[in-house]
Write a protein that binds this ligand. Structure first.
Ligand code: NZQ
Ligand code: ZN
Length: 390
């Protein structure tokens, strides 16, 4: 275990009756608020009306940026930054899933630059320490963006999807009402849940010797929670217990509670971001296709014990098998979870993706080096994993 600092300044209001605190939290930063949202789900589930009415009653001046795309574009971020500059916005309010919150984070950072352009920050790997304050209302349990320091922004002109990070990007306040996720379709529920699962899994393995028992147990608890509750949420979209467990698991997976003393790994994430950059697919679905193949690819005598442990503790694979056999059963269980329980299509071919760009994608995923994790992956390893997904 390495020494570590834990500091997450995000104040979370969790539960059914918390949104009434929204005006006081916004007014702490000022009266001029930019509301950022996506393609309209917040209008369908009543959240939009709630925000407008609460703002009116508190004399808050609300400006809007709507139409944030899944896999948010840098051009949309720049539109938001331009509104912030011209209207002198005090605080940004994001209402939606990870894409909306990420877009709002990009806006918060770009608004304080001279030209209001987020892309140089993203492509330059700038660690953002100055941004407008952000308040987030989460509607999709998935990315952890509601409590983390990252925004993932896409530039479709250059086929790039890159993380922008910074302490100033952590939302100051987040509202998590599981009821806001009742309207999520089963497909998005499945993809979001697998995203949560993979955030932990990528990290679980990367930790290696640098981990410690409490952390492993907590990571396993979060993965077990996802495995237990996502089928319930898919079958009964309005099951509060299921939605609540998934929502808090989303936040726990990436709010750095599970990073203490370790180094954060993200092998599958580095590979997936290339898929969504080139093909605009749903992030969690790309991860589900990659994960079992990645596990099979890295399976050897060194990695088998960790993979078998995952099988036993998260999927109930029986104890007492040979380590290699146990690890293979664990991979089978992950695969069943992705393609049977979650019902996701299992290959890139199903998503109309062929091998045309694999070489370029693999090179970009490795950024001229290797992807770190339990096994270091070179670009030729990554290319082979993509091939296994066809
Ligand atoms: O746009 P609207 O109309 O809101 O519809 C969205 C969208 O079509 C819909 N949706 C969200 N909440 C809903 C709902 N529909 C009905 N009822 C609700 N309550 O779901 C669709 C997908 O939304 P999106 O925000 O794109 O999904 P998600 O939360 O999975 O976010 C994905 C984005 O986050 C990035 C991904 O790469 C992707 O760009 N990530 C961000 C991370 C971070 N900030 O730390 C880490 C992650 O690993 C991930 O990379
Ligand atoms: Zn993710």
């Amino acid at each position: 275990m390495n020494d570590f600092i834990f500091h997450n300044p995000d104040k979370v209001y969790f539960g059914k009756n918390q949104i009434k605190h929204l005006p006081q939290e916004l007014l702490a930063f000022g009266k001029k608020v930019l509301l950022v949202y996506g393609g309209g789900s917040i209008k369908e589930n009543g959240l939009y009306d709630e925000i407008v009415s609460l703002s009116k009653s508190a004399d808050i001046e609300l400006f809007e940026l709507s139409g944030v795309e899944p896999n948010p574009r840098h051009s949309t971020v720049n539109k938001g930054a331009s509104i912030c500059k011209s209207k002198d916005i005090d605080v940004i309010l994001a209402a939606g899933g990870g894409s909306t919150i990420d877009c709002a984070k990009g806006i918060a950072a770009a608004a304080l630059t001279n030209d209001g352009n987020v892309w140089p920050l993203v492509s330059g790997g700038v660690w953002v320490t100055k941004a407008l304050p952000l308040v987030a209302i989460l509607t999709n349990a998935a990315t952890g963006s509601e409590m983390d320091a990252w925004a993932v922004i896409s530039n479709m002109d250059t086929n790039e999807k890159i993380g922008l990070g910074g302490s100033a990007l952590i939302p100051r306040v987040a509202f998590e009402n599981p009821e806001y996720s009742f309207t999520l379709p089963a497909y998005q529920t499945a993809c979001g849940a697998f995203d949560i699962f993979n955030h932990v899994l990528d990290n679980y393995y990367f930790a290696g010797d640098a981990t410690f028992d409490l952390l492993l147990e907590m990571q396993e608890a979060v993965m077990r929670t996802v495995v237990k509750w996502v089928p319930v949420a898919m079958k009964e979209p309005e099951n509060y217990e299921a939605r609540a467990n998934l929502m808090w698991a989303s936040s726990m997976a990436l709010n750095t509670v599970l990073d203490g003393g370790t180094v954060h790994g993200c092998a599958c994430h580095m590979m997936e971001h290339e898929l969504s950059a080139y093909y605009d697919i749903t992030h969690g679905h790309g991860l589900a296709i990659l994960t079992p193949r990645w596990l099979s690819y890295i399976l050897d005598n060194d990695t088998a014990p960790s993979i078998y442990r995952l099988g036993k503790t998260v999927f109930g694979v029986e104890d007492g098998l040979g380590t290699m056999d146990g690890a293979k059963k664990a991979i089978e269980a992950v695969s069943n979870f992705c393609f049977v329980t979650l019902g996701l299509e299992s290959t890139l071919t199903d998503l109309q993706i062929d091998n045309m760009h694999f070489k370029a994608m693999a090179e970009h995923a490795c950024m001229g080096g290797t992807i770190s994790g339990l096994k270091m992956l070179s670009s030729s390893d990554v290319e082979k994993i993509y091939e296994m997904c066809l």
